[in-house]
Design a protein around this ligand. Structure first.
Ligand SMILES: Nc1nc2c(c(=O)[nH]1)N[C@H]1C(S)=C(S)[C@@H](COP(=O)(O)OP(=O)(O)OC[C@H]3O[C@@H](n4cnc5c(=O)[nH]c(N)nc54)[C@H](O)[C@@H]3O)O[C@H]1N2
Ligand SMILES: Nc1nc2c(c(=O)[nH]1)N[C@H]1C(S)=C(S)[C@@H](COP(=O)(O)OP(=O)(O)OC[C@H]3O[C@@H](n4cnc5c(=O)[nH]c(N)nc54)[C@H](O)[C@@H]3O)O[C@H]1N2
Ligand code: SF4
Ligand SMILES: [Mo]
Length: 745
């Protein structure tokens, strides 16, 4: 008979706790785990479907090498030797800028990133491309200027807030907070609380909201500027908070003083009195904001975040209870970059800087296809599927075919793997020790390290182990003395002492620490990821230690080891810290410790956004009279993580939705096949007519176009997105405003 195991869901960033029944090495049943202290038995249909992610016919078992049009199975030694020889040769001929690492994103397995980044850095390159660069980096850049660190991410203190503004966020489908549906349903029903949704669609979240503002698509920057203007012109701003915590306020007032808020709100196709009433509530209520892809992947993305920061700041809502707060986590998911520092790399052809250490996937095709002498020639791709995930699939295909070397570390023979020179089999989330740095909470600090619950077929490795092998063969790891190997077999604290001695005597040790740990402790534990977790806890910063003490751990020499043991003892996940809610403001890292609202790089941009400029910019192009939302996140997709199409059998999973009014005008019927065309390309897809999509808008979910056993499932929306259609500062895609036309197929 089978056995139930505790694990977690890797289909989205919430990583809800799961229990899986394993029989004959197969996950046969999945149920929510009530013991997971963060998700408390919450789950959605995707979590209950993880077996479709784990078990399917495209799983990789052995290293593969492309020979002509086919793949040949090769040994790990051959794969590593050949890849290393080619990397060395490209590096020697073209320099480090010709190499990039694309990956380390994903929803459930973040440990590989520590190794991938060390690998590419070891080769001398800073080019780390990552999914963050196609959604969040513009926003992180702004917060970096406002709070001093790009990886200091403030989110809604949902539980203590009285009024929640959901802007371009459809939490009832996409979650993006613990127990989202459970929380939002209760919040909406609570007579003391107000749920406000700003969304052009009648989204699942808008349906339950107290107030829904059906904004004209793409006009959130204009609306936010107008809201700030209303609050300042009415003198509703929080003067005491501004005096104590905000700098630069006096210098930005002029951006809003004479601004025609009424004209702007009307241009957003909203009711002025309703918006004014909301602004008044914002001056008196304990509110917070949760914004997401509806604005992040939209026109004026970076400027919109800037305006939202100003809005929060003038209402006194940053780093206060019930406002937008800096949450707790074991490690921030990204680092901090400052493009004003000449050491921060930029892309050679498109000239985009790193933000939070990463570069935007949108520019990669140009960086490969360029004739610059230092153009990209080799890409190591892990845990991402650019051929379906990133904008402009056709450009990506062209670019990847132009590479000298494409290596993909994957679970499955994906669309990207198919184009690779080498495909390296990785262990899945359920075959390895792994965890994520996404599940932020406030004020508790949570962590779960999933353990292997099934044994992989063939010879896949943890991606961290793969990168360690490559690094070793490239000669990037310093010599490790015998006593250190020996110590790894014994008491871990003793090993820690030995490691410390080694780090003091070997200058390269610190920079390559994940690899050193993988080769020593990782060998003993059978997992590079687990060894990296131990290393992380042993060297945790002071603030982390203080949080741990508040959660009941005893500080001192053994703290890291104690937390490591607690994590091992709790396969369902556990609280490892508690942040000091009184001191949230002290997390700010600007020089004066205040929230900086003057960002000179963005003021002209904000100044240029008014009713008349927006009306002009939004004038309809006759070739493309409709606006396409290219990529909704809904119950029938999980990015591109699900490969077994059976999980959506008999569901109408991938359609283009349209309002009945537009369908009538175009003489189109629900259920018929239509052709959707944009600047980038065209796809054929089934039409679905619904009032939830407003006139002028059409919507296609993201993540389809799956190739499985010779068949294609749904339309790949990234055939319709253009990689150059992007935010001017961050390079993030404008997927929520793609001009298109629809006609009968
Ligand atoms: N079911 C499911 N859940 C997921 C995922 C998944 O694939 N499937 N993926 C996960 C990931 S990686 C992410 S990043 C999140 C994304 O989570 P969300 O950002 O919540 O996902 P979206 O579906 O893009 O929804 C955003 C909302 O923005 C609205 N919107 C579109 N245009 C505009 C506009 O101009 N203005 C405003 N104000 N709103 C607009 C859309 O109508 C939509 O309702 O979802 C995560 N959760
Ligand atoms: N047009 C359009 N495009 C979009 C979006 C949109 O709204 N519109 N949404 C975007 C968003 S928000 C995101 S976050 C991205 C996500 O896009 P990607 O970064 O590509 O991420 P995923 O699709 O989640 O997963 C990619 C691959 O990781 C593999 N994988 C899973 N676990 C492991 C592992 O442990 N090891 C290794 N090596 N591989 C593993 C899976 O098999 C899968 O092929 O897509 C984006 N693409
Ligand atoms: S909310 Fe996210 S993590 Fe939780 S079960 Fe659904 S997909 Fe999985
Ligand atoms: Mo995402």
């Amino acid at each position: 008979m089978g056995e139930w195991h505790k694990t977690g869901c890797v289909m989205c960033a919430q990583n809800c706790g799961l229990e899986v029944l394993v029989e004959k090495n197969r996950m046969v049943k999945v149920r929510p785990d009530k013991d997971n202290p963060r998700s408390e038995g919450y789950v959605c249909r995707k979590g209950l479907s993880v077996a479709y992610h784990q078990h399917h016919k495209q799983r990789l078992t052995h290293p593969l090498k492309r020979v002509g049009d086919k793949f040949e199975q090769i040994s790990w030694d051959q794969a590593v030797d050949e890849i290393v020889a080619q990397l060395k040769s490209i590096l020697h001929k073209h320099g480090p800028k010709s190499l990039a690492y694309m990956g380390g994103g994903g929803q459930g397995c973040h440990f590989e990133a520590a190794f991938g980044v060390r690998l590419i850095r070891g080769l001398g390159s800073h080019y780390h491309y990552n999914a963050l660069g196609q959604e969040l980096t513009g926003s992180y850049w702004v917060w970096g200027r406002a709070l001093g660190r790009q990886n200091l991410i403030v989110g809604s203190d949902h539980h203590n807030t009285d009024m929640l503004l959901a802007i371009g966020w459809n939490g009832m489908m996409s979650h993006q907070m613990p127990q989202a549906r459970r929380f939002l349903s209760r919040f909406a029903k609570d007579p003391e609380k107000l749920l406000v949704v700003i969304d052009p669609r009648l989204s699942e979240t808008a349906k339950i909201a107290d107030l829904h503002l059906p904004i004209r698509p793409g006009t959130d920057a204009l609306l936010t500027r107008a809201m700030i203007a209303v609050i300042l012109q009415e003198d509703w701003h929080d003067k005491e908070y501004i005096a104590r915590h905000v700098s630069g306020f006096d210098k930005i007032v002029s951006l809003f003083a004479d601004f025609d808020a009424r004209g702007a709100i009307e241009a957003c196709e909203l009711d002025y009195d309703q918006v004014r009433d909301l602004c008044q509530k914002m001056a008196t209520r304990k509110w917070s904001m949760h914004y997401d892809l509806g604005v992040l992947m939209n026109r004026h993305s970076t400027a919109t975040t800037y305006l939202q920061v100003i809005l929060l700041a003038i209402c006194g809502r940053i780093c206060v209870p019930g406002g937008n707060v800096a949450p707790g986590n074991l490690l921030p998911i990204a680092s901090h970059s400052d493009e004003r520092d000449s050491r921060t790399w930029r892309t050679v052809t498109t000239d985009y800087p790193a933000i939070t250490g990463v570069f935007p996937p949108n520019v990669m095709p140009e960086e490969i296809l360029s004739d610059h002498p230092e153009r990209l020639r080799a890409v190591i791709c892990g845990q991402s599927n650019p051929l379906r995930s990133y904008a402009d699939t056709s450009q990506y295909e062209k670019a990847f075919k132009h590479l000298d070397l494409l290596v993909t570390a994957e679970l499955a023979m994906t669309e990207t793997a198919e184009l690779s020179h080498y495909v390296l089999p990785a262990r899945s989330a359920y075959e390895s020790w792994d965890g994520t740095f996404f599940p932020w909470t406030y004020p508790g600090v949570f962590f779960q390290m999933r353990r292997p619950v099934v044994t992989p077929a063939g010879e896949p490795l943890e991606v961290s182990q793969i990168y360690t092998r490559l690094a070793d063969s490239l000669g990037l790891i310093p010599d490790i003395p015998e006593p250190l190997y020996h110590a790894a077999k014994g008491d871990r604290l003793q090993f820690g002492m030995e490691l410390l001695n080694y780090a003091q005597s070997e200058p390269k040790a610190m920079k390559t620490m994940p690899f050193v740990l993988a080769k020593t402790l990782g060998q003993e534990l059978g997992s590079a990821n687990l060894a990296a977790l131990w290393g992380l806890l042993m060297t945790a910063p002071k603030q982390f230690q203080e949080n741990a003490a508040r959660a009941g751990f005893t500080t001192g020499m053994t703290l890291g080891e104690d937390i490591f043991q607690a994590i091992l003892d709790h396969p369902e996940g556990t609280w490892i810290g508690r942040i000091d809610t009184e001191k949230n403001m002290e997390r700010i890292r600007t020089e004066d410790g205040r929230i900086n609202v003057l960002i000179p790089e963005l003021t002209d941009w904000v100044q240029s956004i008014d009713a008349s400029s927006e009306k002009k910019a939004l004038e309809i192009d006759k070739r493309f009279p409709l606006v396409l939302i290219a990529g909704l996140h809904m119950d029938t997709n999980a990015n591109t993580l699900m490969r077994n199409p059976a999980w959506n059998k008999d569901r109408r999973a991938c359609t283009v939705t349209m309002n009945p009014k537009d369908a009538d005008e175009l003489n189109l019927q629900d259920g018929q096949m239509v052709k959707v065309t944009t600047e980038a390309g065209e796809v054929e897809i089934e039409l679905q007519v619904t009032i939830t999509t407003r006139p002028g808008l059409v919507v296609i979910p993201h993540g389809f176009g799956l190739k499985y056993n010779g068949q294609v499932y749904g339309a790949n929306v990234n055939r319709l997105t253009k990689n150059t259609h992007r935010d001017k500062l961050a390079g993030t895609p404008i997927h929520r405003y793609v001009p298109c036309r629809v006609e009968a197929a």
